[in-house]
Write a protein that binds this ligand. Structure first.
Ligand code: RIB
Ligand code: CA
Length: 321
């Protein structure tokens, strides 16, 4: 059974691996990548997306440029976390160009062309998704499901004590999306990613041992974030985005989840982007399934299996992978 999907991304490090999941899983039918302002400079994110498609030899996948800033707030960078998000790599991009259609229009069109069939993996700020909701009321019912990486489940943030980066950057968009009526699955930062979506240096070494261009690319683009993670007391390489894509394609990886009423703080500066996740005792109607735990070793084995795919990148990387 094929899984039609679009990945809406602020392409840097773990976003790149999520895109590889969407390219390499034999069930995945990745129809487009839509870019949103988030991790690193918008144009840098597009470079990272071309390199990711290149390493998988899938430069045929269309890239659409979406919103270059949040709905209301100024853009906030995570370059301190990710560096350039592409491991300092470059490729010759001559002849490569994004589609002319805006990313928000592409999301609306692709969902309308396959009503009830398209899932969207949302692994950046939710600006594009919110804009699509605002622009076209049928978008919500045309989309089969959103798989959203964001927020924390009654746990710590990352860019602030309360805020996880994707919801912090555009809290207004996140609030809009959770109130819109989508079928939503949430992959939170904490506790889930910190418990089950983290690869230790020994596990990263296992990935490197795969020895393919894909595996070398993953290790390379995740180096900067691994160093940052360790500098803030996280004992490994965090992979919330690739976990989000993996859960769409391999739901059997989920070992616990629950129905929650999720809402996002968009007014307070102190708790900007905080995700209130009520587990039912507060009389609030649930609007999302929140993943509580996954099979970590199954997730790692799944990724290692995909990264073992023997691709020949059509464009050489500099420096060499
Ligand atoms: O908070 C984690 C999220 O922010 C992930 O999507 C990661 O790519 C970072 O941008
Ligand atoms: Ca991301």
């Amino acid at each position: 059974m094929t899984v039609p999907l679009v990945i809406d991304t602020d392409t840097a490090q773990d976003d790149c691996i999520a895109i590889l999941v969407g390219l390499l899983d034999p069930q995945a039918d990745l129809r487009a990548i839509t870019m949103v302002a988030g991790n690193v400079g918008f144009d840098r994110q597009v470079h990272n997306a071309w390199m990711t498609l290149n390493v998988a030899d899938r430069l045929d996948v269309p890239v659409f440029l979406g919103c270059r800033r949040p709905l209301v707030r100024d853009w906030v960078s995570a370059e301190n976390v990710h560096g350039d998000g592409g491991g300092g790599l470059t490729i010759d991009e001559s002849g490569l160009a994004p589609q002319k259609e805006h990313g928000v229009d592409a999301l609306i069109r692709l969902a309308a062309e396959a009503p009830g069939e398209l899932s969207i993996v949302c692994i950046g700020p939710l600006t594009n998704i919110a804009m699509a909701v605002i622009k076209d009321p049928t978008f919500v019912t045309n989309v089969k499901a959103l798989y959203i990486m964001g927020g924390s489940n009654n746990a710590r943030g990352n860019i602030t004590a309360a805020g996880e980066f994707n919801f912090y950057v555009d809290p207004d968009a996140a609030k809009t999306v959770f109130a819109a009526g989508f079928e939503i699955t949430v992959v939170p930062w904490a506790p889930l990613t910190l418990n089950d979506g983290l690869f230790t240096r020994a596990e990263v070494a296992r990935i490197a041992e795969v020895g393919t261009p894909l595996a070398r690319f993953m290790v390379r683009v995740c180096e900067a974030t691994l160093a940052f993670d360790e500098s803030v007391g996280i004992a490994g390489s965090t992979h919330p985005d690739s976990l989000t894509a993996s859960i769409l394609l391999r739901p059997e990886l989920v070992t616990a989840s629950g129905r929650y009423a999720v809402d996002v703080e968009a007014d307070s500066e102190l708790t900007r982007g905080y995700s209130a996740m009520s587990w039912g005792v507060h009389g609030l109607a649930a609007n999302a399934t929140v993943i509580e735990s996954v099979d970590h070793s199954g997730f790692l084995d799944y990724l290692i299996g995909l990264l073992g795919t023997p691709t020949i990148p059509p464009r050489a990387f500099a420096p060499e992978l």
